[in-house]
Design a protein around this ligand. Sequence first.
Ligand SMILES: [Zn+2]
Length: 131
Amino acid sequence: MLTREEFARRLEEHRRVESRESRLLALVAVPFGLAQLVMIRWADANLPRGPRLALEGGVFLAYMALVGILIVQMVKRTRAAAPRCPRCRARLEGAEGRAVLVTGRCISCGADIIEQVQEPREPAAPPAPPA
Ligand SMILES: [Zn+2]
């Protein structure tokens, strides 16, 4: 079982991995997509139809393959970083993770995820003497 702080740290780490992977995808997909548009414009002006279509088709398929690989990697890494229930292996990320922070339990199977801290009890007040 985890403390609330450990679980919150794992949620934060998951969020960081998700953010990093999304940035990586955008950093590759956007410039390559724009470069592809420039290349198409150039090919339209400079190449005959046959070679132009082969070049544009090949570059488009390579671009889609690259983006597909990056998306698969992003999903794998993000899933791997998600905290999981030790009993049912449910991923406890996003809203599920926040629910665990509040309840301390897996929302899927109810297993205890966060150890409940025992509040120190105040000693019971002695009974008032009869007046
Ligand atoms: Zn569970």
